[in-house]
Design a protein around this ligand. Structure first.
Ligand code: NI
Length: 136
């Protein structure tokens, strides 16, 4: 009997979508306004789901406080009020699209959560645009 527990979190970050190896014109054609050299911001909303067996002793899949502390340490403290391109090492050479951000977050959490739990990360870049990654 597997149950998914989920925790919502939030961070504000700036980014610019572009490739260093493309001309400005090509970046502009592909990424449009998101290629603004002066960056722009998003209010990112995050939902992390952890699926596993209920521990018969505690009745928990995982103590949600442990999950919320993990999200704070691994995601909020590193991404909130940061420029993803400039301040976050993972995006030095990786375009900080919502797709790439959700994979980076998933990998950070995967390293900290026991392998017998499945992890799903949903990242909203805007209230209407969101991406999902389950490690597949
Ligand atoms: Ni953007």
């Amino acid at each position: 009997m597997k149950v998914t527990i989920s925790r919502k979190a939030h961070f504000n970050s700036a980014h610019r979508l572009y490739r260093k190896d493309w001309t400005f014109e090509k970046n502009d054609a592909v990424f449009g306004k998101c290629n603004n050299p002066n960056y722009h911001g998003h209010n990112y909303e995050l939902i992390v789901g952890v699926t596993g067996q209920i521990d018969p002793e505690t009745g928990y899949v995982m103590d949600v406080k442990i999950l919320s502390d993990l999200i704070k340490e691994e995601v909020e403290n590193r991404f909130d009020h940061k420029n993803l391109n400039l301040d976050v090492p993972e995006f030095q050479d990786l375009n900080p699209t919502a797709e790439n951000i959700v994979v980076v977050i998933w990998n950070k959490l995967r390293n900290k959560i026991q392998a017998d739990f499945d992890i799903e990360v949903i990242l909203y870049e805007t209230p209407r645009n969101f991406v999902t990654y389950r490690g597949e």
